[in-house]
Design a protein around this ligand. Structure first.
Ligand SMILES: [Cu+2]
Length: 116
């Protein structure tokens, strides 16, 4: 009986994590966004910015895992080393409108930059 309840709780948790959980989203008119890299997530993981303006992404990496060191934005041909316990600035201009996914080397950390 207890095992059944635990099993159901586990299934509910898995469903919540994969289908219902929405990462924190930031909509900004500012041209600077601070993104924290820690515990397997980018925070915020979804960033919406306006097209036709330069933007600076500031990555504050607190995670020591070596995989989190590399930040990739394939659609913008960006590959950046993130400094540990420090801010790495990424200056972007003329970003094409659309969704630009960013992630670490193994894609455990994932985020999206929406340009509208
Ligand atoms: Cu990774």
């Amino acid at each position: 009986m207890i095992i059944n309840i635990l099993g159901i709780a586990l299934i509910v948790l898995i469903i919540w994590w994969f289908w219902l959980y929405k990462p924190s989203q930031t909509v900004t008119d500012s041209n600077e966004v601070l993104i924290e890299v820690n515990n397997g997530v980018y925070s915020p993981a979804a960033i919406q910015v306006r097209a036709n303006q330069p933007i600076t992404l500031k990555f504050l990496r607190k995670d020591e895992s070596p995989c989190s060191e590399v930040l990739l934005i394939p659609s913008l041909n960006i590959s950046e080393q993130l400094k540990l316990n420090d801010i790495t600035q990424l200056h972007l201009s003329k970003i094409p409108p659309g969704e630009h996914v960013f992630h670490c080397q193994m894609q455990m950390y994932r985020g999206v930059l929406k340009v509208v």
